[in-house]
Design a protein around this ligand. Structure first.
Ligand code: SAH
Ligand code: SF4
Ligand code: F3S
Length: 471
């Protein structure tokens, strides 16, 4: 099926030619040049970085973990909260020293943060040693942009197109997460939650064709990966723009049919589009993880409406009830924002009430951060940072108790886990693993277990993790 929002074949051929040319030049060097790619932000951004690494690798670059010895540094940025932006700018500032010592180093910044015009302008003015800035819609043109910077007479390049966004198939991918792989099923977001910058920097929702996703899933499994996460800002609306009838549940069903033992995870699920069919599909597909990340953001229906979330507190709680009717032991996690403009003490307490009612296994909690250009940034916000911080601390305290209790319920049970890596040095529990529900289990055992599914008897627990023995 040909679509008008797919990056044209001819464009990709051009990039391939440029990559081949750079690779040839790099192959004449004494040793391969080095690249460093740093990622801020969500899994979608990490998946983009894997494509940037894929392109760099095809151009003959090797990777280093030390940005100061890199010939090319790419910083892939996030704009979701101010904190993320400050971290990026701090890091870019630090690179100025490296650049002084090594004038031919290339510093590139890309991703969501620079897709905002005011940020790109700031970099142009205040960070003169940044060579290349490219927005979220320019990723497939990275080889051409890098080539432009590498020309003998250096010039700065700013490539920042406003666009609804494209779907690009066929870019090389460099995966380095051991047995875990990301698989992007769609890009962009149409929801315009009133606090959120993502729809402005990522363009409109667009789904990849099911056959392309399933083919990539096959490749991933054939490559030995055991844990695959389907990615989208709202996977529950996958396929609506395609009109082929293929929905997100269909994708799970088809990937579940691929031979082999592996886990299918996905994120993020928007509550307004989560359906009975989704939970039934999760229940009937044995490879689907026993987990759903279902961000509720706020407990008060008034705040939810001001956030433009498209559901009420009651509807959210009903959804959780339905999920648990279909999958009684499903692991539930969520995102919450504290201090949305005008959220009162009583409204905040409704958030605590949702925590107590649902008893999430884990929670990602954020203090509201105004994002320029979003509706919420213009709403009156009478509560102080300190008041918000206090509420945030109360929220965390309650959730930590719940997480601790939930984890303690595992002690004495035997769970099937995927061993996915080594623990930090120094711990007697030398391996890390994940349950189907995504809970972290520290284990003792041979490193040869990495990449294998084993049964683990849980012996201890904390707020954040479980500890066990392979049985
Ligand atoms: N598409 C996902 C969320 C992506 S952003 C979804 O709808 O669930 C990840 C999380 O960051 C959000 O769930 C929200 O909790 C938080 N977030 C987004 N914008 C924010 C802001 N302006 N301030 C604080 N937290 C924010
Ligand atoms: Fe942001 Fe809402 Fe889209 Fe999630 S669904 S990315 S929170 S606008
Ligand atoms: Fe951040 Fe962009 Fe993801 S703003 S959260 S990296 S989509």
């Amino acid at each position: 099926m040909e679509r008008n929002n797919e990056t044209p074949e001819i464009e990709l051929m051009r990039q391939n030619e440029i990559m081949a040319r750079i690779a040839e030049k790099n192959s004449t060097l004494e040793s391969p040049p080095k690249a460093f790619v740093d990622t801020y932000g969500c899994q979608q951004n990490e998946a983009d970085s894997e494509r940037i690494r894929g392109m760099l690798s095809r151009m003959g670059y090797e990777f280093t973990k030390d940005e100061f010895e890199a010939d090319v540094v790419v910083i892939n940025t996030c704009a979701v909260r101010e904190h993320a932006e400050m971290r990026v700018l701090g890091n870019v500032g630090a690179l100025s020293h490296a650049k002084k010592a090594r004038r031919d180093m290339v510093i590139a910044i890309c991703g969501c943060m620079v897709q905002q015009e005011h940020v790109a302008d700031k970099i142009k003015k205040s960070y003169p040693y940044v060579d290349l800035v490219f927005g979220t819609h320019e990723l497939p043109r990275f080889p051409e942009l890098l080539d432009g910077v590498l020309k003998p007479k250096r010039k700065r390049i700013f490539a920042l197109r406003q666009s609804d966004g494209e779907i690009t198939e066929g870019l090389p991918v460099y995966r380095d997460r051991g047995v875990k792989a990301w698989l992007s099923v769609m890009n962009g977001c149409n929801n315009f939650c009133s606090y959120c910058i993502v729809p402005y920097v990522r363009g409109r929702e667009r789904s990849r064709l099911p056959e392309n996703i399933i083919a990539e899933a096959r490749e991933i499994i054939a490559g030995g990966y055991k844990d695959i996460t389907l990615l989208g800002q709202n996977v529950n609306s996958y396929g609506k723009d395609l009109g082929t009838g293929a929905d997100f549940s269909y994708l799970i069903e088809e990937i579940n049919k691929i031979d082999g033992e592996f886990v299918i995870r996905f994120m993020t699920s928007h509550p307004k589009d989560a359906t009975r069919r989704l939970f039934e599909t999760m229940a009937s597909c044995e490879k689907a993880a026993n987990h759903i990340h279902l961000p509720f953001q706020a407990g008060s229906s008034r705040v939810l409406k001001a956030m433009n979330r498209g559901y009420t507190k009651e509807e959210y709680l009903d959804l959780v009830t339905m999920a648990r009717e279909i999958i009684p032991d499903i692991v539930l996690t969520s995102d919450v924002i504290v201090g949305f403009p005008g959220e009162t003490e009583e409204e905040f307490e409704e958030t605590l009430e949702v925590l107590e009612k649902v008893r999430f296994d884990a929670l990602f909690t954020f203090i509201y951060s105004p994002r320029r250009g979003t509706p919420a940034a213009g709403m009156p916000d009478p509560f102080t940072r300190e008041e918000k911080q206090q509420r945030f601390d109360r929220l965390l305290e309650l959730q930590n108790i719940i997480s601790g209790q939930k984890h303690s319920e595992y002690v004495g049970t035997v769970v099937r886990v995927l061993v996915d890596g080594k623990s930090d040095a120094g711990s007697e529990y030398n391996l890390t693993s994940r349950t189907s529900g995504g809970r972290l289990v520290h284990l003792k055992g041979e490193e040869s277990f990495i990449g294998k599914f084993v049964n683990a008897k849980i012996t201890q627990s904390t707020t954040w993790a479980l500890f066990g023995e392979i049985v």
